[in-house]
Design a protein around this ligand. Structure first.
Ligand SMILES: Nc1nc2c(ncn2[C@@H]2O[C@H](COP(=O)(O)OP(=O)(O)O)[C@@H](O)[C@H]2O)c(=O)[nH]1
Ligand SMILES: [Mg+2]
Length: 329
């Protein structure tokens, strides 16, 4: 690394270079820039797409109802990966606090055990009220981690109980975490969520009903999915670590299936679309933020007084964005 001054090291080019070199501080800095919607963040991510080897990393999505043990299990997976000598990054998407709009950092505070380990990188982020289970910047943050040499990126979705299908567009393997006693029928029926599972983890297997839930799950999938792959059902106890090794093996078997069947190409295409969507949303947020506050409050005022309907107001704002774009270039 060159001994350039601090200012120079903050350019997108130097940050990208340092990230590829595995510099944790550069990685943390770039994630913050991305989270804050800083314009240079897009440049960093795009430099990484051009210069880093992003094909070897595997994204593992962890989804499921709140309280199922997603955070605990994600942490246990990280521990397991470390034992196998693999580096692991973890993204925890928290629901935005309704009061502060920020992430409730409870998850981060409850995940001890990896501090001081350079092979682990954990980041909590708020979903900012965004629906779908991820935050608008998740895809970008995962790319940054990937570029920094984390070949495994584990992404835990919000877990609001809504159908969180967005993760299917980002992860190679989606683990659906279920637990006995959360109203099994309701869990299973939740539209759209069962279909995205590549592996089922029946967590809290230390509790009654886990084996029953696992066999119900197995019975419900006598017809294997269209690509000829039947998701495995693995019993885990995230607290004790029981079954977590088997879960990791099942995740790897699913990945091997993706590679052998050629489906990995489909996964990568979906991921590119998800990244495109995230980038577009970021640009749009920035464009909205670029509207002069007096213009914004004028439109809001007219909206409240019903002088403008929401559709005309949207059109007015859109025209302002376009005018800004033309003026700004
Ligand atoms: N008994 C038992 N409790 C667990 C297990 N895994 C997680 N928990 C507990 O379940 C609660 C919710 O876990 P958490 O990981 O925050 O769930 P999340 O909301 O899905 O992320 C916590 O109190 C955990 O300690 C498990 O395997 N067995
Ligand atoms: Mg959690």
């Amino acid at each position: 690394m060159s001994m350039s001054n601090n200012k120079e090291q903050q350019t997108p080019e130097s940050l990208a270079e340092r990230i590829i070199g595995g510099d944790r501080r550069a990685l943390a800095r770039a994630i913050t820039l991305l989270e804050n919607g800083a314009p240079q963040a897009n440049r960093i991510v795009s430099l990484l797409h051009q210069n880093a080897d992003l094909n070897k990393a595997r994204f593992i999505g962890i989804t499921g109802p709140p309280g199922a043990g997603k955070s605990t299990l994600s942490n246990a997976l990280v521990t397991c990966l470390r034992k196998r000598g693999e580096k692991a990054a973890l993204i925890l998407v928290d629901p935005a606090s309704p009061l502060t709009g920020g992430a409730i950092l409870g998850d981060r505070l409850r995940l001890p055990g990896h501090s001081g380990d350079d092979g682990v990188f954990i980041r909590s982020m708020s979903n900012r009220g965004h629906l779908g289970g991820l935050s608008p910047t998740t895809a970008g943050v995962a790319t940054l981690m990937q570029a920094a040499g984390f070949k495994r990126v584990i992404i835990e979705t919000v877990g609001t109980g809504q159908a969180e299908t967005e993760i299917a567009g980002l992860a190679d393997t989606v683990v659906l975490v279920l637990v006995p006693g959360l109203g099994d029928d309701i869990q299973l029926m939740k539209a759209g969520i069962m279909e995205i599972a590549d592996v089922f983890a029946v967590n809290k297997s230390d509790r009654d009903g886990a084996a029953l839930l696992a066999s119900e799950l197995k019975m419900s999938q006598t017809v294997s999915s269209s690509d000829g792959f039947t998701p495995e059902v693995i019993l885990t106890s995230a607290l004790s670590g029981d079954g977590v090794d088997s879960l990791l093996d099942a995740i790897d078997r699913h990945y091997a299936h993706l590679e052998q069947s050629g489906l990995i190409k489909v996964t990568r295409k979906k991921r590119i679309q998800t990244q495109l969507n995230g980038a577009l949303q970021g640009l749009f947020r920035n464009a909205l933020a670029g509207i002069a506050s007096e213009d914004l409050s004028q439109v809001n005022c007219q909206l409240e007084q019903c002088i403008l309907d929401p559709y005309s107001a949207a059109e007015t704002l859109w025209n302002l964005i376009i005018a800004n774009g033309k003026g700004g270039k």
